[in-house]
Design a binder for this molecule. Structure first.
Ligand code: TEU
Ligand code: CA
Length: 561
């Protein structure tokens, strides 16, 4: 399956908000099954399913207490088997989320470790004595506050890099690793297509968990002590020997502070580690160095910044022979049109233009649920925040930076993961076609205008353009695996590059601006437009004006044989 599936389009589902089948207001597996025909009609070949395992939901599924069973709110194992089977019948593979850096504090391993100091499960985690009445080291959790949680014994803590209910596993322990391989094998035997591996580049921690910058006061982000430690590669190679080599599939890594060098190591073509990685440099554009809630750059960015990040990553992947998963939205980041486009004046055109960039970049394209209809962020009131990270960082922005409330509100509302978790907009009806009952979470009032049903009926809709784009990607080898070469690099508005293989040479041109842009061809090849995000368009000219967010895929035909 894998070699063909590897560069097909992936559709990401965050199940809780996708489709409810039984009227309890919570999305579920039968809901997904009921939408398989829809997904097939889009032309996607893979679904990445965010976690559906048993979870107390401290971090909505990323805190797993049983890796071998399905979250009851989502259904049963029989439902999951049916999903895998029915998807396969439609030529769609299911990627599951493998959350192996940590388990829930409700996982039986952790409960046994807490109950009995002699238990072998103690060494599955990082338990340590406090230092001078404080945590064992000065690391800050990714979600704010100390990275340690107090245990049930005096002066003892355990490591929790995310929420206090997500306890980091000790990958140094070979038994832990074997348990993870067992979980993977169990699911691969069920016929899934592979895994998206959660924060896989922090599974190895620096020996002894030393303080980060001990001379500095306060909590420190332990980046270089947890990210891409040499042992993380050893573990992945072992995983490759034990599981991935035996179960060909798609193995995708997600991580923190992913950079080009580490990508070449995690997913270089000959490395026998992973197939591809995500990077977050576009998701974090305009953020300060500390990440999404670092407002110090006021989230200001320019089109040249976007072009620069996009181009550098594509060139690096192509030249250094590693493969990327390309996305502009996911369950941890807001809606792409709100973040990178113009959701007010050019929602459809800019969303289409952004989809062109994802779908023509070097690597595998990922679409997040709702992106195919241009769903937008909404301003979510403080009382409606669900995202632990947002709530925790709202407090931190006050305690550490003493920001006035209106600025803190602005920062959180702009960046909260809740933006991505509002209900999927299926139709304009009372519950957006998601459920027969009031859903567990907010529905954006704009579902009256932005929804799947209306888009299906409008031939110029974002949805129909997405289908066209996916079909085009599916049948054009230059986009699937051709070379990547940036052109017009200093243009202030238009992102442009050439994808080429032995069959064809395609130039992609995307005006990322909400103003017209002047295009001038720098050589004299014939240019034939293959696809454009405006329904009416003239032929390509050597000198012409691109309308706001106009995007074209153009075939270059050589005139001198
Ligand atoms: O996120 C990993 C991660 O690196 C986070 O810092 C992410 O970038 C951040 O949430 C941005 O807001 C993964 C999952 O995708 C996320 O949903 C989980 O909460 C997290 O791991 C812990 O499992
Ligand atoms: Ca349900």
């Amino acid at each position: 399956m894998y070699k063909t599936q590897m560069n097909d389009v992936v559709y990401q589902i965050w199940p809780r908000s996708f489709k409810d089948s039984n009227g309890d207001g919570i999305g579920d597996i039968q809901g997904i099954i009921s939408k398989l025909d829809y997904l097939q009609s889009l032309g996607i070949k893979t679904i990445w399913l965010c976690p559906v395992y048993v979870s107390p939901n401290s971090d909505y599924g990323y805190d797993i207490s049983d890796y071998y069973n399905i979250q009851p709110e989502f259904g049963t194992m029989a439902d999951m088997d049916q999903l895998i089977h029915e998807a396969k019948n439609r030529g769609i593979g299911i990627l599951m989320d493998l959350v192996a850096n940590h388990t829930s504090s409700e996982h039986p391993w952790f409960k046994k470790a807490m109950a009995d100091p002699e238990s072998k499960y103690r060494d599955y985690y990082f338990f340590q004595e406090g230092k001078n009445g404080k945590e064992p080291n000065n690391w800050i959790s990714v979600f704010g506050g100390p990275a340690w949680t107090k245990s049930n014994r005096d002066n003892e803590y355990y490591l929790t890099m995310f929420t206090p209910q997500q306890v980091d596993l000790n990958w140094k322990n070979p038994e832990v690793r074997q348990e993870i391989y067992k979980i993977m094998t169990f699911w691969m035997n069920k016929g899934i297509a592979g895994f998206r591996m959660d924060v896989i580049n922090i599974i190895a921690k620096a020996e002894g968990l030393p303080d980060k910058d001990p001379h500095k006061k306060g909590l420190q982000f332990a980046g270089d002590l947890i990210v891409s430690q040499p042992m993380s590669h050893e573990y992945l190679r072992e995983m490759y020997e034990e599981v991935m080599s035996k179960y060909p599939g798609l193995y995708l890594g997600e991580g923190m502070i992913v950079n080009k060098d580490s990508c070449a190591q995690y997913c270089g073509f000959d490395r026998k580690e992973l197939d591809m990685m995500f990077h977050f440099d576009l998701a974090l554009i305009g953020c300060g160095p500390l990440g999404k809630y670092d407002f110090t750059k006021l989230y200001h960015w320019t089109i040249p910044d976007f072009k620069n990040i996009f181009t550098k990553w594509n060139v690096a992947a192509y030249e250094n022979k590693f493969w990327m998963g390309n996305f502009l939205s996911n369950h941890d980041n807001g809606r792409s049109v709100s973040r990178f486009g113009d959701e007010k004046r050019f929602r459809a055109q800019s969303q289409k233009a952004l989809l062109v960039s994802t779908m023509t970049a070097y690597g595998t394209p990922f679409i997040y649920q709702g992106e195919e209809i241009g769903m937008t962020n909404m301003k979510i009131d403080e009382k409606d925040w669900e995202d632990f990270e947002a709530i925790s960082d709202f407090k931190m922005l006050k305690q550490m930076f003493h920001l006035p409330r209106f600025i803190r509100l602005y920062v959180i509302q702009k960046m909260t993961r809740d933006n991505a978790r509002t209900i999927m907009q299926w139709d304009s009806g009372e519950h957006a076609g998601f459920s027969t009952k009031k859903p567990w979470y907010l529905i954006n009032p704009n579902h009256k205008e932005i929804n799947v049903k209306d888009d299906l009926e409008d031939k110029d809709s974002i949805l129909n353009f997405t289908k066209e784009l996916i079909a085009y990607h599916q049948t054009h080898s230059a986009l699937r695996s051709g070379s990547f070469k940036p052109v017009m690099e200093s243009h202030k508005q238009i992102l442009a590059y050439v994808r080429e293989d032995e069959n064809e040479k395609l130039m992609v041109l995307i005006n990322l601006d909400n103003k017209p842009a002047l295009f001038k061809a720098d050589d004299y090849q014939e240019m034939r437009t293959q696809l454009c995000n405006y329904s009416t368009y003239g032929p390509m000219d050597k000198k012409m004006v691109f309308r706001p967010y106009e995007a074209r895929i153009v075939k270059l035909v050589s005139q001198n044989p």
